[in-house]
Ligand binder design. Structure first.
Ligand SMILES: Cn1ncc2cc([C@H](O)c3cccc(CNC(=O)c4cc(-c5ccc(F)cc5)cc(O)c4O)c3)ccc21
Ligand SMILES: [Mg+2]
Length: 214
């Protein structure tokens, strides 16, 4: 039977990356996507911006919406302080199965809780299920039309505190117009655009960093 792109991406990691070495996992995926098959990872260029925001926030609790194959999960988790936790939500079981193996290859299982399910179902259960108070950092990279409703939901569920940082991928391509309009016009957010390119291409894209002001 035919393999899927995520399966081939995992194969490239297992072939070319060193177990327990997150940077080599990131490098192997970027090489695969640049030279073999494009895939919708945040990529190396936007990934450097992600790294700088993670390092600046130095979060104890992180929520990632949209795991896919675990590329950004590995980038974020590799920068977290010792007892920090990253919860990542993935509704597609095939993606989740690959991501678990990519995260394990990087040796980061102990820092990551991959939850299989949809953001809309799980955000209201975060506090009771995972003992989360609030998130210091949220990385939005799931369905683009879910960024805004899920941001409202996180506010309503008391998961954001004064200073919580939302970092959104793909605000230009594919684009998240309603989300961008909201965070840039709301008095409750301080928003900043980091211009970059769509992963592995010359097409413009960027990340939007929005600080919740409470
Ligand atoms: C509700 N819920 N809760 C958890 C959860 C998790 C998922 C999945 O992880 C999932 C599946 C399919 C698509 C996405 C969103 N990502 C994208 O669509 C994307 C596209 C492109 C692009 C750009 C140019 C192109 F020409 C083609 C694709 C570049 C990018 O970086 C992307 O992130 C995410 C979905 C809903 C979920
Ligand atoms: Mg993306």
């Amino acid at each position: 039977t035919q393999s899927t792109r995520p399966q081939r991406l995992l194969g490239a990691v297992q072939k070319n990356a060193t177990r327990g070495d997150p940077r080599s996992v990131v490098k192997a995926i970027d090489h695969f996507c640049r030279n073999q098959e494009w895939a919708m990872n945040v990529g190396d260029e936007k990934g450097c911006i992600l790294d700088s925001v993670v390092s600046e926030v130095n979060p104890a609790t992180v929520l990632e919406l949209g795991t896919y194959c675990g590329y950004s999960t590995v980038r974020i988790a590799s920068l977290l302080p010792p007892h920090a936790k990253l919860i990542t939500l993935e509704f597609n079981p095939d993606f989740a199965a690959i991501a678990r193996q990519v995260i394990a290859w990087a040796g980061l299982e102990h820092k990551v809780q991959l939850v299989e399910g949809a953001s809309g179902d799980w955000i209201p259960k975060m506090k009771e299920q995972f003992g989360v108070e609030t998130f210091d950092l949220v990385f939005l990279d799931h369905w683009k039309d879910r960024y805004l409703p899920d941001t409202h939901l996180m506010e309503e569920c008391g998961l954001l505190r004064k200073g919580s940082v939302l970092l959104a991928d793909n605000v230009i391509c594919p684009g998240t117009p309603d989300y961008l309009e909201f965070v840039r016009s709301s008095p409750r957010y301080k928003s900043q655009y980091f211009k970059s390119h769509l992963e592995y291409t010359k097409v413009e894209d960027g990340l939007e960093k929005s600080v919740f002001l409470g």
